[in-house]
Design a binder for this molecule. Structure first.
Ligand SMILES: NC(=O)c1ccc[n+]([C@@H]2O[C@H](COP(=O)([O-])OP(=O)(O)OC[C@H]3O[C@@H](n4cnc5c(N)ncnc54)[C@H](O)[C@@H]3O)[C@@H](O)[C@H]2O)c1
Length: 440
């Protein structure tokens, strides 16, 4: 049965807290695609295809032609930042994209001017912002709610989604104030410092039924209060942490090793990066948030408790070093110690010279477009099918996350097939051979 999905009519506003490297690369990229200067490589919604029906049917439409997504021409961007730079200036400073490309879309980028941020320096000690709102947490939440309403009216938007592209916040765990919506709202009124800035944006979005996706590893919507609010207002949420770079490689490679029952003794991961994200992560409290998000991946894929002979003894270490000369061009090294038949040892070395924001921007776009579609399809609460894009996927409380990127892809594709009333694909494939036997 096909799900009734409201059509993507009118304009979609994508509002982004944090107009830094990722956000400006996304906005500039969409402008460049709209002008026909470039193509949206890396975006599964724009470039990916999906198999429908049997292999013999040869039906493989592009995903954007299969499900009703907002058209790139119908998107309006906006956002908040602790700095006043418009998106042209911020993109120029981020140095991800070439000057010529930025210059060709200068007018469009200059038009995106950040609103004042809901910020608390205690959550990003290496940032000193001047473009910030003042007031208690309750007042900040009300101000962000107003910002969203004004943006929607001014830009004639039919729908809005929020994608957090702000700096990684310091490490915190869920506590009493995050445990129910009532306690959270009381916490806002009491200006409880355990409510982080990203939660203020998330609250402001969800209370209005606006989807929220979290590109950073901080908890944000991954707390009971936000899950409760998302259910109450029938709003999709997704998080956390864009799956790019080294973790993307890990979740591609590790399932392959596990699939062939090859053992792993150690996985050492080193990174150097020199963008503002790297600067914020140079603070140990902010790094801890990232580390926790990155560390869980291997354990979830190898499941050492199920297979202690192969994976019971993995030494997994992650280092991120701030190194300004590399800017946004993050370089990572992985040394993987594996063993095979009779315990004979082997090594794999990966040196990924990646571009952080080039990998993250299409993820932010896809999360925005799919979250908007999920809302129109009446899906609400945690959207686990979007874990394909995320380093530390949010799941229902007590449900182990699935980090294997191939299983995540099957889940995403089957969700789309399910919504559109197509057969789910199990890859069993016995029917092809049964039909052949019958034909004989
Ligand atoms: N680039 C990647 O590949 C990647 C991958 C996974 C996750 N992430 C996460 O995405 C986020 C953005 O990364 P980036 O490289 O663009 O970083 P960035 O430092 O260039 O941009 C973040 C921006 O957020 C702003 N900011 C911080 N707190 C804010 C607040 N409370 N309200 C509004 N703005 C705020 C900062 O001023 C900055 O301009 C980071 O949390 C990063 O860890 C990035």
């Amino acid at each position: 049965m096909k799900t009734n999905i409201e059509p993507a009519e009118g304009k979609l506003g994508i509002l982004i807290p944090g107009l830094g490297a990722v956000a400006t690369t996304l906005i500039a990229g969409v402008e460049a695609v709209r002008k026909g200067i470039s193509q949206p490589f890396g975006s599964v919604t724009q470039m990916g295809t999906i198999r429908l029906g049997k292999r013999t049917e040869n039906r493989r439409p592009k995903i954007k032609d299969f499900v009703p997504l907002a058209n790139l021409n119908d998107i309006v961007f906006g956002g908040w930042d602790v700095f006043e730079d418009n998106v042209y200036e911020a993109a120029s400073k981020a140095k991800v994209l070439e000057k010529d490309l930025l210059f060709s879309i200068k007018k469009e980028l200059e038009a995106v001017v950040p609103m004042k941020a809901a910020f608390d320096k205690n959550y990003a000690k290496n940032l000193t912002g001047t473009h910030v709102k003042t007031g208690t947490r309750y007042e900040l939440a009300q101000a962000v709610i107003e910002d969203i309403k004004n943006f929607k009216a001014k830009n004639n938007c039919d729908r809005i989604v929020l994608v957090w592209c702000g700096s990684t916040e310091i490490y915190y765990e869920a506590s009493e104030v995050h445990s129910t919506l009532e306690k959270f709202e009381q916490g806002l009124r009491e200006d409880n410092k355990l409510i982080s800035p990203s939660m203020i944006y998330a609250y402001a979005a969800l209370i209005q039924g606006i989807p929220f996706a979290n590109g950073a590893p901080n908890l944000t919507v991954d707390i009971p209060a936000m899950i409760e609010l998302a259910k109450l207002t029938q709003t999709p949420i997704a998080g956390k942490d864009f799956k790019t770079g080294q973790t993307l490689m890990k979740t591609i490679l590790a399932p392959g090793l596990a699939a062939r029952a090859l053992g792993v003794n150690g996985w050492f991961s080193d990174n150097i990066l020199g963008n503002r994200d790297g600067l914020v992560l140079d603070d140990p409290d902010n790094f801890k948030t990232k580390e926790v998000s990155k560390l869980g991946v291997l354990e979830d894929i190898f499941k050492p408790e199920d297979n202690p002979e192969l994976y019971g003894n993995i030494y997994h270490k992650i280092r991120i070093n701030y190194y300004p000369p590399h800017g946004d061009n993050k370089e990572s090294w992985d040394n993987i110690d594996i063993f095979g038949w009779l315990g004979y040892k082997m090594q794999i070395k990966i040196n990924f010279l990646c571009r952080d924001s080039i990998l993250a921007a299409p993820i932010a776009l896809d999360l925005a477009l799919f979250s908007d579609m999920a809302k129109r399809a009446n899906l609400s609460g945690i959207q686990e099918w979007l874990s394909f894009y995320l380093k530390s996927p949010q799941t229902a409380p007590g449900l182990p996350a699935e980090n294997d990127i191939f299983k995540q892809l099957i889940k995403l594709e089957n969700t789309l097939r399910h919504l559109m009333g197509e057969d789910l694909i199990t890859h069993l494939g016995l029917d092809y051979y049964e039909e052949l036997a019958e034909a004989k």
